[in-house]
Write a protein that binds this ligand. Structure first.
Ligand SMILES: *Cc1c(COP(=O)(O)O)cnc(C)c1O
Length: 460
C-alpha cells in the first residue's frame, strides 16, 4: 500500500505559507530561549519511529520559537533576499518529484529546466550565451568552481596538469584580489589547496572597488607567475562594483584568468538603470552569482558560470565525456559542471522565478531594492545618521555620532521591527543595511528608519 502524501504535503505547505503570511506582523527576531530551543530538538534518539504526521507537527512546534523572519519584508541583514511564490512552490515540487539533477539520463526534466534557466540568467546578466552554467549551493560554491577552473587553466599554461598531478611541486599561483574581497574567496583558496597566502591584495578605492592602477602595478611585478585575478560585482559592504572595462582586459593581457564574484551584484546587469555599472563584465573568464539572494529564490542556489565550457567540465567533472564532442556547454551533463555528484534539482526554482518575473520583473526588482536603499539613506540622514557609502546598489552603511554601533544594532534587533547587522569597514564599526527582498515596501523602509532612529535616541 502506498502512502498518500497529499494530506501531509498539504499540511507542510500550509505551515510554510502561514509563516509567510504572518512574518511581516511578527518581530523579525522574536525573543527566544535558546536553551529551551536546543532542548526541544535534542534528547536521545528513539528506538522506534513515529508517524510522519506527528513528526511534522512536532517539528513545526519545536522550530517555531527559533525561526527568523528572513523571508519577511524587514530583514536587512547580510544580503539575504526573499523567496518568491513561484520559486518557493517550484522547490516544493522539486522535493515532491525528488529528481537527481546529475544528467539528462537521471532527470530529463531537471536538465531541460536548468539549461533554460541558465540561458535566461546569462542573458539577463549580459554574460556570453555559450558560457557553461553549473547549479551550485551559492556564491561560495560558484566562486570555488570559478577559482578551480582558473587554477587549472593558469597551471596548464605552464605545462602542469593539476588534474593529474595536484599541486605538490607545481609552480606557485598568485591570486590577485581586492583587499575588500568577500571571505568566501579565502575559503575557496583554502579548499583548493592554493591557500590564503596565495592572495596578493589589491588596495580598494574609497568606495571599496578595486584600485585599477594598483592592479596594473601588481600585474607588472611578476609577469611570469601564473595569475588569477578575482574581481567583484557588488562589494558586500558598499555595493561598489569594480571597473571591469579597464581591469579585465588589463588582467587578460597579462595572461591572468579573471573570475568575478557577483553574488548579488551581477543581477544589476538586468536593469537598464544599473546596467552601466557592469560594463565589460562579460569579458571575464568565470563568474559566481547567487540565485538565493537578489533573485529571491529559496536557499540554497547559486550559479557557477564559465566562458570556457571544456575547461569548466575538465576542472570539476569525473567523467571523460568532455574529451569528445564539440566543446559546447550542452555537451556536458549537469554534473560535469558542479563539484557535487548527486544533488537536488535546483534549476526548477530558478526557472520558476524567471518565468514569474520576466525580464521586466527582474529589472523592477533590482530598481525597487536600489530605490529603497536610497530611501533608507535619505531617511536616516534626515534623522542625523552619517551615510558612509555612495548608495550605488542595495547596500547602505551608516552610523550615528555618539552612538555605539554594536549597541545600536543590538537594540534594533531586540526591538524587532527590523533586523540589521553590524560590519567593520575601513576600520569603523557600522550598521549595514541590505535591501534585497521583493516584498519590502516603502512603508517597511520608513517604519525601519523610524525604529533605528528611535533605538539610537534611546541610547543617547
Ligand atoms: C553573499 C556573498 C558571497 C557568498 O555567497 P553565499 O551565497 O553565502 O555562498 C560571496 N560574495 C559576495 C560579494 C556576497 O555578497
Amino acid at each position: 500500500m502506498t502512502y498518500d502524501h497529499a494530506p501531509l504535503f498539504a499540511r507542510a505547505a500550509e505551515l510554510g505559507s502561514r509563516h509567510r503570511a504572518t512574518v511581516g506582523d511578527r518581530p523579525v527576531q522574536a525573543p527566544f530561549d535558546s536553551t529551551q530551543l536546543v532542548a526541544v530538538f535534542a534528547g536521545p534518539l528513539a528506538d522506534s519511529g513515529i508517524p510522519p504526521e506527528a513528526v511534522l507537527e512536532e517539528l513545526a512546534a519545536a522550530a517555531a520559537p527559533g525561526l527568523m523572519g528572513t523571508v519577511g519584508p524587514r530583514y536587512f541583514g547580510f544580503v539575504i533576499g526573499g523567496s518568491s511564490p513561484a520559486s518557493a512552490a517550484a522547490d516544493i515540487l522539486a522535493i515532491g518529484w525528488d529528481q537527481c539533477a546529475y544528467s539528462e539520463a537521471l532527470s530529463p526534466a531537471a536538465a531541460a529546466a536548468e539549461r533554460a534557466a541558465g540561458q535566461w540568467a546569462k542573458e539577463l546578466m549580459g554574460l556570453p550565451p555559450n558560457a557553461s552554467v553549473g547549479f551550485v549551493t551559492g556564491a561560495q560554491g560558484a566562486n570555488t568552481v570559478g577559482l578551480a577552473i582558473g587554477r587549472r587553466h593558469v597551471l596548464e599554461a605552464t605545462g602542469w596538469s593539476v588534474d593529474v598531478d595536484g599541486l605538490v611541486g607545481s609552480p606557485g599561483v598568485r591570486v590577485v584580489a581586492s583587499e575588500e574581497r568577500h571571505a568566501t574567496i579565502d575559503r575557496a583558496l583554502k579548499l583548493l589547496g592554493l591557500g590564503t597566502g596565495a592572495v596578493v591584495p589589491v588596495p580598494a578605492s574609497g568606495q571599496g572597488a578595486i584600485d585599477v592602477s594598483a592592479l596594473a602595478a601588481i600585474l607588472d611585478e611578476h609577469p611570469e607567475t601564473p595569475t588569477i585575478v578575482c574581481l567583484q560585482a557588488g562589494n558586500v559592504n558598499t555595493g561598489a562594483v569594480d571597473d571591469f572595462a579597464t581591469a579585465i582586459p588589463m588582467a587578460q593581457a597579462a595572461g591572468a584568468w579573471v573570475h568575478v564574484d557577483g553574488a548579488f551584484g551581477l543581477w544589476a546587469g538586468a536593469s537598464p538603470s544599473t546596467r552601466h555599472l557592469m560594463t565589460g563584465v562579460h569579458l571575464a573568464d568565470s563568474w559566481g552569482v547567487d540565485a538565493h539572494k537578489w533573485l529571491n529564490v529559496p536557499y540554497d542556489c547559486g550559479l557557477a558560470i564559465c566562458r570556457h565550457p571544456v575547461e569548466h567540465a575538465a576542472s570539476v567533472s569525473y567523467s571523460a565525456a568532455y574529451l569528445t564532442g564539440s566543446g559546447a556547454a550542452d555537451d556536458f551533463v549537469l554534473g560535469d559542471l558542479t563539484p557535487e555528484s548527486s544533488r537536488r534539482a535546483r534549476g526548477f526554482a530558478v526557472w520558476a522565478a524567471l518565468r514569474e518575473l520576466g525580464r521586466e520583473g527582474v529589472a523592477d526588482l533590482v530598481d525597487q531594492s536600489c530605490a529603497q536603499a536610497r530611501r533608507f539613506a535619505e531617511g536616516l540622514a534626515t534623522g542625523g545618521a552619517r551615510i558612509h557609502n555612495d548608495v550605488v546598489l542595495n547596500q547602505v552603511l551608516i552610523d550615528l555620532e555618539g552612538v555605539d554601533t554594536d549597541a545600536l544594532v543590538a537594540a534594533v534587533q531586540a526591538e524587532g521591527t527590523c533586523w540589521v547587522g553590524a560590519t567593520t569597514w575601513h576600520g569603523q564599526r557600522l550598521m549595514r543595511i541590505s535591501v534585497s527582498n521583493a516584498t519590502t515596501t516603502d512603508e517597511d523602509v520608513d517604519r525601519s528608519v523610524a525604529a533605528i532612529l528611535h533605538a539610537a535616541a534611546s541610547l543617547t
